[in-house]
Design a protein around this ligand. Structure first.
Ligand SMILES: NC(=O)c1ccc[n+]([C@@H]2O[C@H](COP(=O)([O-])OP(=O)(O)OC[C@H]3O[C@@H](n4cnc5c(N)ncnc54)[C@H](O)[C@@H]3O)[C@@H](O)[C@H]2O)c1
Ligand SMILES: O=C(O)C[C@H](O)C(=O)O
Length: 310
């Protein structure tokens, strides 16, 4: 198994680190545009191999796409992160060009790969990758729901005083401060609905904290988060590589599911060796479907910016 991670910054390097520790690939290429950066990070990570006991060979390259040839999975993290006070959507001007160029270069050497898009604004970057690559829709996935659902579990666990691992909770919609939809009515603690355990105020607090989870960390750190984003992406890679068929909220192209067409949004997806193998199209309540439609409108407006940029 050969995997490439594009962008050796905070998220890309953390994702690569997780992939190596889990030994998901024999060969892992880390590519960055900044001279020597991916090489340095890769050597640093390889110098943990003796300590951590993994066998993955990590190689860093500066913009050398030939080195990525034959990658079965490619993760795209290249692009600017937001600064405090910014929205993810404000990154579109810079990141659209980066993601488009990276996708074109990757496909020259790995025409049948599965791509996971992380760069923000993710829903629109994933849509752009779908349109740029011409790959079948099952081979393009956006990372956002894995992270947001894990954040949702974190905030629920804080309120319930329980282990996040005992929770089942899912975020759908867009990966944006106002577009994500934490499905609180469906969340359970070992099968017990959390709506029966938390007051309405507590539920509202958890939902609000989840929605601005990324902005909160950006405010604290000065740039956006990387540990949970890197781990969320690696979890998706693992489900592909090990053909786990895990149900992970992910950005996928919708063709009628949840009443939406020609858009990428986050919904529950079975992820296996063929990428997005099945979208679980379950019935939302009227309020949830209304929120989903509003998110779709917002993401569609962002997607329209891509046309204006051309
Ligand atoms: N979808 C999510 O849930 C999620 C989570 C966290 C971060 N992000 C996004 O991921 C992106 C990366 O975040 P980060 O914190 O790692 O940023 P970072 O600045 O630490 O790293 C980005 C890297 O991309 C590289 N890069 C820029 N243009 C490139 C190109 N054309 N080819 C190859 N490499 C290039 C930069 O040199 C840099 O090393 C941002 O857009 C951020 O908003 C998304
Ligand atoms: O918040 C950000 O800008 C980065 C990422 O999308 C996140 O949710 O951590």
């Amino acid at each position: 198994m050969k995997i490439t991670v594009v962008g050796a910054g905070a998220v890309g390097a953390t994702c690569a680190d997780n992939i190596a520790r889990k030994e998901l690939a024999e060969e892992l290429i880390l590519l960055d545009i900044k001279e020597g950066f991916a090489e340095g990070k890769s050597i640093d990570m390889m110098q943990t191999a003796a300590l951590l006991g993994f066998d993955t060979k990590i190689k860093g390259v500066t913009n050398d796409y030939a080195a990525t040839a034959g990658s079965e999975v490619v993760v795209i993290t290249s692009g600017l992160p937001r600064k405090p006070g910014m929205t993810r959507e404000e990154l579109i001007g810079t990141n659209a060009n980066i993601v488009k160029g990276v996708t074109e270069n990757i496909l020259k050497y790995s025409p049948d790969t599965i791509i996971i898009v992380v760069s923000n604004p993710m829903d629109t970057m994933n849509y752009l990758t779908l349109k740029t690559s011409g790959l079948p829709k099952n081979r393009i996935l956006g990372m956002g729901g894995a992270l947001d659902s894990s954040r949702f579990k974190y905030y629920l666990s804080q309120e319930l005083g329980c282990s996040p691992a005992d929770l089942n909770a899912v975020v759908i919609g867009g990966h944006g401060d106002t577009t994500m939809i934490p499905l609180i009515q469906h969340a359970t603690w070992n099968s017990i609905p959390v709506s029966q355990l938390l007051s309405k105020e507590q539920q509202d607090k958890v939902v609000a904290a989840t929605m601005v989870g990324g902005a909160t960390l950006t405010g604290l750190i000065g740039t956006s988060a990387w540990y949970a984003p890197g781990a969320g992406t690696a979890a998706m890679v693992e489900s592909i590589v090990r053909d786990e068929k895990k149900l992970i909220s992910s950005g996928v192209y919708l063709d009628g599911e949840y009443g939406q067409k020609d858009i990428s949004l986050v919904v529950p997806v079975i992820i296996g060796k063929n990428g997005a193998e099945k979208i679980l199209d379950f019935k939302l309540s009227e309020a949830e479907q209304g929120a989903f439609n509003k998110s779709a409108d917002a993401v569609r407006n962002m997607n329209a910016v891509l046309t204006d940029m051309n």
